[in-house]
Design a protein around this ligand. Sequence first.
Ligand code: SAH
Length: 234
Amino acid sequence: MVKILVLLGLFLFSGQTFPEVDYAALRKKMVETQIKARGIRDIRVLKAMEKVERHLFVPEGLRHLAYEDYPLPIGEGQTISQPYIVALMTELLSLKPSERVLEIGTGSGYQAAILAEICRQVYTIEIIPALAERAEKILAELQYKNVKVKCGDGFAGWKEFAPFDGIIVTCAPPSVPGPLLEQLAEGGRLVIPVGEQLQDLKLIQKIKGKCLEKNIIPVRFVPMTGPGVKGKGN
Ligand code: SAH
């Protein structure tokens, strides 16, 4: 008994109480077992997923779950997507380092950080002010100088900076918002979940002014909210 107490005392007061979580190792494992294993091959996407500290984008009490294979709550009834879905959507955008991308649904800011690693400029719109503020803060703390966050209804896109080489939507409207198609550059790619309960992840490419659409996989995202989807935008 005394021996146990002495050992316990040594453990508690040795200055090395509980070992730190090795987040870098968890990230590496996430990339191997969830991302590469499911067929994501784009080396720039894999590198970004291994680099960006996803645990800093989730609520503190959930950090130990940040590299698991599922979405997590981020407050305000919203979620950060499963890592594989982030990787898949990013790969589908086929972004070149010189290109500019628009994201609708900033949420935690994690997807924006991944995009900021692989292209020149990211514009991102979030409708919930508290989330927009928090994402802007963490992205600034992490020194992402090529991300511009705006609070508003992403249904209308961001005309001031259009056209975009890529547009990624991380909330689901019932049909593809017209303004997003208009703001897509010639040769541009739009990745978007569309539908109500059952949604299809679509890849839309603008080629010679025409939009070609392809269904990728069934997905489940939070719905797009705001006046635009209700037909009340301007
Ligand atoms: N990409 C995020 C996950 C976002 S969850 C991340 O990496 O964490 C979807 C987000 O879309 C939510 O935060 C929700 O508030 C936002 N959203 C819903 N409707 C929107 C709209 N019309 N315009 C902009 N953002 C919207």
